[in-house]
Design a protein around this ligand. Structure first.
Ligand code: NAD
Length: 456
């Protein structure tokens, strides 16, 4: 690793050890710094995201800047309460005593972000780590170079440079960072690299939060409001050109409404395609990967393929009844392709989901509370959104994370504060009393009294 990076990490560790970052005033100043950073540099950041992903400015505001601002504002508001001691009860055998837990910052932590929401997925975890009082190294994605450069330029202007550092770079730099002994690592990206991160962390027994991907299903029950469902599904699929970890990957539609829903969703997608500015596919490699997914799916394509190779804007494609064994139904799509699968019933949709790896998100459109309960009870997913999509990630008070291959641990709001804090247990006993019967040899009488008092 470069001597600069080694010196940076040493500086951060020394700052943490000095106790500066644990101070609540310091934490609040950093959180305000994050808010000021995104607010005062909206144009620069928006331009960077447009350069990296062709992202329309309002999409950047909605899904990156405003989300980071909300996270930081929520943490600022609740920090006092989150940091308080919590009293715990003490059993008779340990009395007299006081017991409590108190959160303590972990130390110097590493946050590694992907390219698809390159600002939000770097700064929202940073908010959690700073609220909890840690020193932080931020590693932006090299596949979003303009955003990475903007963050590297702006972070030192708004945050304490002795406690927060940006280290830019790709796989070699990340590999070197991962060799260090961190106090926590939060990684967002693919499941494959998640395994690499966890393996590196295991060497130091460093705890990890892994925010990974997968295929998030959407169930359309026959009793759903089909018109609203179609518009919402189409919106969530074209958002960021489908390059969203919690995008609806594929649809499971009840047969009795499948023709009608196919027509509706195709109309909505065509409308968005023709009227709204679209985000680009991040690079040529991913464009070719997506085109590869359209080969040999064995289904029927309901919208014409259309790709502008210069801008890398890819029009949405619906694939009706693909072969479940084909790549489009085996790999995470991460692009504007929407497989459409008919199922005889919600029971069959549940069986389909349960036969596959546990997803990051699950979506359900229904007007039945019974169906809602059935799906919640019988499936596993990192999060569920009923009758809409994606918005669960915008609710700061809801923990955000996966389960099984879609990730471990969570952040956003208090969940993020807890992720980056150690819950320290403390028991304090007085010395004004120290009766001899508490020590061996225990008389028969003492044993009887104690067993009686503890209702043994
Ligand atoms: P990416 O290629 O930008 O990689 C993410 C980070 O990992 C980058 O900072 C990169 O430098 C680093 N990296 C890549 N390969 C590495 C290696 N071999 N060793 C060490 N570090 C390495 O992003 P990506 O992985 O293509 O991101 C897309 C994936 O992320 C999708 O699967 C998506 O579902 C998932 N994702 C999950 C969430 C979530 O919150 N759960 C959010 C966004 C994306």
């Amino acid at each position: 690793m470069s001597t600069d990076v080694v010196a940076t990490i040493d500086r951060l560790r020394a700052t943490f050890d000095s106790g500066r970052t644990a101070d609540l005033g310091w934490r609040k100043r950093q959180l305000q710094g994050v808010i000021d950073l995104v607010r005062e540099n909206e144009q620069q950041l928006s331009d960077a995201l447009a350069a990296d992903l062709g992202k329309p400015a309002f999409d950047t505001w909605l899904t990156e800047l405003n989300l980071v601002k909300d996270e930081a504002a929520h943490a600022l508001k609740h920090l006092g309460g989150w940091s308080r001691k919590t009293k715990r009860s003490v059993p008779l055998v340990a009395q007299p005593a006081k017991a409590w837990t108190e959160p303590q910052p972990l130390g110097t932590v590493l946050i590694i972000a992907p390219w698809n929401y390159p600002l939000q997925l770097l700064l929202a975890p940073a908010v959690a780590a700073l609220a909890a009082g840690n020193a932080v190294v931020l590693k932006p994605s090299e596949l979003a170079p303009a955003t990475s450069a903007a963050v590297a330029e702006l972070v030192p202007k708004y945050l304490d440079t002795d406690a927060v550092a940006v280290v830019e770079g790709g796989v070699p730099e990340t590999t070197e960072l991962l060799a260090e002994a961190w106090d926590h690592i939060l990684y967002t990206g693919s499941t494959r690299v998640g395994q690499v991160v966890m393996e590196a962390a295991a060497k130091h027994l460093t705890p990890v939060t892994l925010e990974l991907g997968g295929k998030s299903p959407t169930i359309i029950a026959a009793d759903a409001n089909l018109a609203v469902a179609a518009r919402r599904v189409a919106w969530a699929k074209i958002l960021n050109a489908g390059q969203t970890c919690i995008a609806p990957d594929y649809l499971l539609v009840e047969q009795s409404v499948s023709d009608e829903f196919a027509r509706l969703v195709v109309d909505e997608l065509a409308g968005f395609r023709d009227q709204a500015p679209a985000t680009s596919i991040v690079n040529e490699h991913h464009l070719e990967r997506l085109e590869g997914l359209l080969d040999g799916h064995g289904g029927e394509e309901l919208l014409p393929r259309k790709t502008d190779r210069d801008t890398r804007v890819m029009a949405p494609v619906v694939v009706r009844s693909p072969d479940p064994a084909s790549p489009v139904m085996q790999e995470e799509i991460f692009g504007p392709i929407l497989p459409f699968i008919e199922v005889a019933s919600v029971d069959e949709a549940i069986a389909f989901i349960k036969a596959r790896p546990r997803p990051l998100a699950l979506y359900l459109f229904t007007s039945s509370k019974t169906t809602e309960r059935q799906v919640l009870d019988q499936t596993h997913a990192g999060s569920v959104c009923i009758n809409h999509l994606v918005y669960q990630a915008a609710v700061t008070d809801l923990p955000f994370g996966g389960i099984g291959p879609s990730g471990m641990g969570a952040y956003h709001g208090k969940a993020g504060f807890d992720t980056f804090s150690h819950t320290k247990s403390v028991l304090k006993r007085p010395t004004w009393t120290d009766p001899g019967f508490a020590y061996p040899p225990y008389t028969d009488q003492i044993q009887k009294v104690l067993k009686f008092l503890t209702r043994w």
